[in-house]
Structure formats: structure tokens, C-alpha cells
Design a protein around this ligand. Sequence first.
Ligand code: FAD
Length: 381
Amino acid sequence: MRAVIIGAGIAGLAAALRLSQIGWDSLIIERAPQRRSGGYAVTFGGIGYDAAERMGILPDLVKRSFVTEELVYHRPDGRRRFSLTRETIVATTGPRSMTILRGDIETVLYERVHDRAEIRFGTTITAVDQDAHAVRVTLSDGTVEQADLLIGADGLHSATRALLFGPERDFLLDMEHKVAVYMLDKRPAAIAPGTTGTLSSGGRTAAVISVGDGRNVAFFGYRTAHTAPGEDAATQLRRVYGDLGWVIPEALDGLGRADSVYFDTISQVVAPTWSRGRVVLLGDAAWCVTLFAGYGSALAVGGADRLGTELERHQGDVGAALAAWESALRPEVDKKQKLGRRVKGVYAPANPLLLWLTQLPLRLAALPPVRRYMTRRFIKG
Ligand SMILES: Cc1cc2nc3c(=O)[nH]c(=O)nc-3n(C[C@H](O)[C@H](O)[C@H](O)COP(=O)(O)OP(=O)(O)OC[C@H]3O[C@@H](n4cnc5c(N)ncnc54)[C@H](O)[C@@H]3O)c2cc1C
């Protein structure tokens, strides 16, 4: 059996690894000329953690994960509001969860996959046709690849989805925020190694994350009401955050020296079905839950794992496997999409009272008795 997978992100690489474990061959098509690295910090837990354990990649992920020593919440002028210690952070995330850079999840998967699957960089999908027996995928390098299954793991702005399911506007739910994330070449002096500093003010959040191994991430998330059309990341961030002090000016300067920036509007993907015949969408292409849910990488790995399980169980009946996979996974995705929509309202509060109220649970979590209670709750499951 053979799959063509569009996209070498977390979902595509995880699918290739899982398919190799059930004896399938895969060809991965990636638009970027080479592998991406770094990215941003993600919380990786839930069904992703369980799947990583089953797929045998958990020890490698744990090795690359990091624990934040202190998470400090600041006022707009830089003064400390309150902070969470390492113990509180661990207690709030639970034992089967980790913080890791998105690019490091991809690296772990890539290292397992690169000699088990062909990866073609600098290439994209241009057309698809299928019948009861096979799917034929036309690629931008002029080749036509035949396979038993085409997996569209090409992210939020999926070309596979556009070709097979319809235009992007029919699937994207605008969450009315924008995000910009990039790696900093230098840690701002006010951010201690291994810690994260964050602030939220007037519908804007910003954070600087020191991974602790010399790598640092700048993160900006803000309401679209602040934006103007056609602005590039540098212009927009300076306009939206330019009045703030603390490490913000240093972090903004770092953008000019960054290799790349992730800069996009935040949208969920809501698709009534994830497959058409022998074509299936996976990861953000199918169900992007957004950073508000903090669960997209977990769903990408968990979804890939379960897809492999159903394809193996249904022994070549691709249609039956895809139907079983989707009905098993949908409740988890629906739950996380609902969570994402709830968090949207409180993520970057526009007024100070709402900010105080949204930070209250975190302040409470920092109290030792509450922390001890949370730790016990996780241990008991
Ligand atoms: C700032 C931020 C914070 C986040 N925090 C968390 C978190 O805490 N926890 C969590 O679990 N998730 C988090 N997420 C979500 C998570 O990162 C994504 O859900 C996950 O990376 C999706 O992986 P993917 O492989 O589906 O898509 P992508 O990562 O978008 O990968 C798609 C791949 O396909 C390639 N591609 C795109 N178009 C084409 C094409 N036409 N042809 C060929 N290749 C193509 C791209 O280059 C890319 O390599 C966060 C996301 C953001 C932006």
C-alpha cells in the first residue's frame, strides 16, 4: 500500500512514521525548499502524548522538551505582577504533558522517517483525480504519482483541501486575532535563562520564552481590531506594540535578524467531513483548533496514529478505515474547537478588569495549597 502525503509538518511526518509501522510506503511532498526549525513553544499532551508513546518517539521528545523555571506576568511598564514557579507549572500541566518547540517535534519525527519515506522538498500538489482503485496526484515538478491514499497534511491554508473540498473561505472560522512568532538571536537581559516573561494589555499579549539551551522565542498575539490591511509583520508589530516598554523594544528589534517569522490570522478550520474517497485531510488542514486550544500538535500526532491503526484494522478497505477514523476522532476535535472558541474571548482582554479576572485562576494556582491539590488530582488521574 502506498500514500502520498502533502506537507512535512507534524501531521505529515507523523502519518509517514505511523504508516511505515504498518508496512505502507509514503512519498512526502513539501512546498518549502528545506526543513523548518525552531518555531514556537507548544504544550504537547493528551492523545498526542499517548500516541508518541505507542509510536516509540516519546523518549526523544522528552529529551528535547524543557520545563520553564518561572513564568512571570508583567505590567505594561515591565514591573512584575505575579509569577508561577516551576512546581506550579508542572502541577497545572500534569505529568503526561511537555513543553517543546514545534520544530523539535518535527525534528524527532523527521529523524525517524527520513530513511523510511521519500521526501521531496520544493514541490507542491497541482491536481488530483481518483477512482475506486487509486488516486493520482499531479505535482509541481511535472510528475504524476499513483497511490492508495492521498493525505492532505498541508496546514491551515491547505492546497489539498482547496483542490478537493472547496475554497478556503468555506472552511475558515475567523477568530479575530493575529499571531506573530519568531526565534530571537539574543535573550533580552531582563528574561532570566529558562524562564518566560509575559504581559497582556489592551487586547494585546506578548511573551519572551527562554528555552534555557540558548534558544529564545518572541511571541505576539493580538486582536484583529488593531490591524491594518496589507502591513508586513515588522510594520504591524511596531504599530501595535510600539508604546509598550519592558523587553518589547528588544524583541521587536530581533525580528529584523530572525530567519523566518510565523505571521498569520488565527482561524479554526471547520469541515463537515475530512475525507473524499481516497483523499483525507489531517492536522490543521482538517480541523485547526488554534493556539487558543493549545492542542493542535497533539491532535496532529494522535490523529496520525489513529489513522494508521484504522488502516491496519480495515486491511486495504480505505473508505471503511477513513469513516471509522473520523467518527472516533471527531468528538475530541469538537471538544477542543469549543475550548478554543471560549479561550478566544479571554486570551487578550481589552479591559483591565477582565484581565484581572482571567488571571485570577493563575494567581490562585500559585498558592501552595491549591498547587498541592492540583498535583494530587493529577496523580489520582
Ligand atoms: C503560536 C502557536 C502556538 C501553538 N501552541 C500550541 C500548543 O501549545 N499545543 C499544541 O498542541 N499546538 C499548538 N499550536 C498548534 C500546532 O502548532 C499546530 O496545530 C500543528 O503544528 C499543526 O501541524 P500540521 O502538520 O497539521 O500543519 P503545519 O505545521 O502548518 O504544517 C504544514 C506543512 O505543509 C507544508 N505545506 C503547506 N502548503 C503546502 C503545499 N501546498 N504543498 C506542499 N506542502 C505544503 C508546510 O510548509 C508545512 O511544512 C500552536 C500554533 C501556533 C501558531
